[in-house]
Design a protein around this ligand. Structure first.
Ligand SMILES: [Zn+2]
Length: 238
């Protein structure tokens, strides 16, 4: 199945926190979107890989995704090497997205920066036809996404562009809350973590309000790019 936009992420919930509003907006505009999570987040303090898988499925339903997969890489220790690049290339060739969203270049969690590099390199290599991959014995055709945009997660950076997600804000929050084991729940007896406090959710909203304010809307999601972005018509810009 071909997708228009594919988000790659080190952990289940990275996308929800950083760019699920952008996926929702694309879907609202008739595009097909999907997520490929690299790990099951098994090193997370709260919840279990099984619970997080159920939560990821619930969020996929809320978002209206056409596909969501988990590559089962080792949380904390996956590498940006040939073996892992080939697994990501298989996903890019399977879904043939025009746009790929990837983790932040450099972030609080060291997996994010590594996933960012892995995603970027896999997107390039996926376009080389002499790199052979197959799924279920069927050889895949080369495919290179037109662009890779890096979403902003823990460390705030100056975005290169901001997507207006005001219209889908409530749904974005619902997609984050689908990960009930990770975020603030007054009835939870699990250990408190960096992301489980009520203040963390306020930070997520404050960040979106700040980026939204920069472009004159209520809520925004910011992205960084390596290559200059362009538009065909200046009226496509807000
Ligand atoms: Zn993460």
């Amino acid at each position: 199945m071909k997708l228009d936009i594919l988000a790659l992420a080190a952990h289940p919930d990275d996308v929800e926190l950083s760019c699920s509003g952008t996926l929702l907006k694309a879907i609202l505009n008739g595009k097909k979107a999907g997520i490929v999570d690299f790990t099951r987040g098994e090193l997370g303090t709260r919840g279990t890989p099984e619970i997080r898988q159920q939560e990821a499925n619930k969020s996929a339903e809320i978002l209206g995704l056409s596909a969501r997969e988990n590559l089962g890489f080792r949380d904390g220790f996956f590498k940006n090497d040939e073996e892992h690049q080939l697994e990501v290339i298989k996903m890019i060739r399977k879904y043939q997205p025009e746009i790929v969203l990837a983790n932040a270049f450099d972030d609080r969690h060291s997996d994010h920066g590594r996933a960012s590099q892995l995603s970027k390199e896999a997107c390039f290599l996926s376009g080389l036809k002499n790199i052979k991959t197959e799924i279920d014995g069927v050889e895949q055709a080369a495919w290179r996404p037109k662009v890779v945009y890096h979403y902003i997660q823990s460390i705030p950076t100056q975005p290169d562009f901001v997507v207006d997600v005001s219209e889908v804000w409530e749904k974005k929050i619902a997609s984050i809350r689908a990960f009930a084991s990770q975020f603030f729940d007054p009835n939870s007896n699990e250990a408190n973590t960096y992301i489980s406090s009520p203040e963390f959710m306020k930070m997520v909203e404050a960040r979106a309000i700040h980026y939204g304010h920069e472009i004159g809307v209520q809520y925004g999601e910011g992205f960084n790019v390596e290559r200059m972005t362009g538009v065909g018509d200046v009226f496509d810009l807000l």
